[in-house]
Design a protein around this ligand. Structure first.
Ligand SMILES: [Zn+2]
Ligand SMILES: [Zn+2]
Length: 497
């Protein structure tokens, strides 16, 4: 599509002429005055409010969309803009030149129409495609007196966090909840979301992983049974559902624009959110100009920890687990050049002893390794100690089945890469990391791995051991973080042991 300007409005034209231009090259995009006599299409209003979509995302005729623009109810924005001759994707915030490409485009008849590769999975945005947003009045949300129907109990630590989250949501502030692994951070959100929905606010919980969306959606549907809840991830069916509560992967936020009064970002430290600036951009785009952001994490980055310490970042900690037992503290065991040893089909003696003790006690264990190649090497060696040994990694198609077998106790020792560092709760296990000095084991990864131990109230203890060939800063910081949380919890009377 190309445009010309007529009567201070954009008009789509289909021929390439001297006057017609592609949207990226428009010096500015005029926004017509709202015509209150115009009969708006409510379907379009529902679909477009709080969103930034492409023509391809809608089934409505171009003419109807254009009419809504001309009558001031719809906004056209450039999807690709050029700043200092460099492309910027306005949908995902990408500015990396290597993530743009060009193609001969039938729509605008340009030989080289620039498009963004970074957000291609959400449909192609190119120089000639406008981002469509609603500019008219929004559909007032239903106010529901008390949508929360949950009668569970919060721990003392959760209660404090819950009150502060509610306050931050009400006051449109940014706030961090730093909750140890197993603290129960989901329940901490209930009261604040309840209050927001009562006031007709729109809330989104965004998380980096689809698994988490699938796990959270039924829990929230149970807690808030009377309100529609949209669960959004690649391929989900709720894509066009306008809900007061949305649970989405961070990637899905690329379709939202000034939509939410409160945005809750889960696992801010987790891949891919933590190292993808475009996902952080998406969070900023999806929030309303006046809104709150609640960040949840068990392991804030070093920078954020520093900001908390000097009072630059508002936060609350939940330093203890729901079951009131302290966090297992990692032990460090030097094991020499373990890589060299396993390449000679020998286990370092300390590791062998550790495994044998667990086998004798019939205690299930997780052993983390830095690389798949290490895991493949070590698997047959460990299998000589016991038959019930398996290995799992990110590309393993039988990943889910193996975790399930572990749950059913069909596996005694499960070797794993960082794939199981978070999100997995196995009762009564011991955990070790072999090669904890490897760079893949960041402070945050090590705290998460340690957080696999002792999660259940019926088995609140267990051991966590870092086998290493030289201590790293990440190891030391991870242990310190855990020790500090235990000290804080003790001081606040949140643990009993
Ligand atoms: Zn993009
Ligand atoms: Zn084009």
């Amino acid at each position: 599509m190309r445009f010309i300007v007529k009567n201070n409005r954009l008009h789509p034209v289909y021929e390439k002429t001297a006057q017609s231009f592609i949207l990226s090259n428009a010096p500015s995009i005029p926004q017509p005055q709202m015509n209150t006599q115009y009969p708006i299409n409510e379907d379009l209003q529902t679909l477009l409010q709080g969103k930034q979509l492409l023509h391809d995302d809608l089934t409505h005729p171009y003419e109807l969309i254009q009419e809504h623009y001309e009558n001031g109810y719809l906004q056209y924005r450039k999807s690709i803009a050029f700043e200092k001759n460099k492309p910027v994707c306005r949908r995902c915030g990408n500015t990396n030149p290597s993530l743009f490409a060009q193609f001969p485009c039938a729509r605008c008849q340009e030989e080289a129409c620039t498009y963004c590769r970074n957000c291609l999975m959400m449909g192609r945005v190119s120089s000639c495609t406008p981002l469509l947003s609603w500019a008219g009045p929004i559909i007032p949300p239903e106010t529901i007196d008390s949508p929360l129907q949950w009668d569970g109990q919060l721990s003392a630590g959760q209660k404090k966090a819950s009150n502060e989250v509610t306050q931050a949501i009400m006051e449109n502030k940014n706030f961090l909840v730093w909750a140890v692994c197993g603290a129960g951070k989901t329940e901490v959100l209930f009261a604040g979301i309840n209050e927001a929905i009562r006031q007709g606010k729109r809330v989104c919980i965004a998380t980096p992983r689809t698994d988490v969306v699938l796990e959270l959606a039924p829990r929230f549907k149970k807690a808030f049974p009377t309100i529609p809840i949209a669960a959004l991830y690649g391929g989900s069916e709720d894509r066009h559902l306008h809900a007061q509560l949305t649970i989405a992967t961070t990637h899905q936020l690329f379709r939202f624009y000034q939509a939410f009064d409160s945005l809750i970002v889960d696992e801010v430290d987790a891949f891919p959110y933590s190292n993808d600036e475009t996902l952080q951009y998406a969070v900023q785009q999806a929030r309303k100009p006046t809104s709150s952001i609640i960040y949840l994490t068990a392991t804030p980055s070093e920078q954020w920890q520093g900001e908390c310490r000097i009072g630059k970042r508002a936060y609350v900690t939940i330093p203890a687990r729901f079951h009131r037992s302290s966090l297992p503290v990692p032990g460090f065991t030097w094991c020499g050049n373990w890589e060299k040893a396993i390449n000679k089909n020998v286990l370092p003696s300390s590791v062998k002893r550790w495994l044998k003790e667990r086998i004798d006690a019939d205690k299930q264990t997780l052993l983390f390794l830095p690389k798949i190649s290490n895991m493949k090497k070590i698997l047959p060696i460990v299998q000589t100690l016991h038959p019930k040994v398996a290995a799992v990694h990110a590309e393993d198609p039988a990943r889910k089945e193996k975790v399930l077998s572990m749950r059913k106790k069909e596996i005694l020792i499960l070797l794993t890469t960082t794939i199981l560092e978070r999100g997995v709760t196995l009762p009564n296990i011991d955990v070790a990391v072999l090669g904890a000095e490897n760079r893949i084991f960041t402070e945050s990864a090590l705290v998460q791995i340690a957080g696999r131990v002792g999660r259940k109230a019926e088995a609140p203890t267990g051991t966590i051991t870092f086998f290493h060939y030289g201590k790293t800063r990440a190891m030391v910081r991870a242990r310190k973080q855990i020790v500090n949380m235990n000290i804080e919890a003790k001081k606040k009377g949140l643990i009993d042991d």
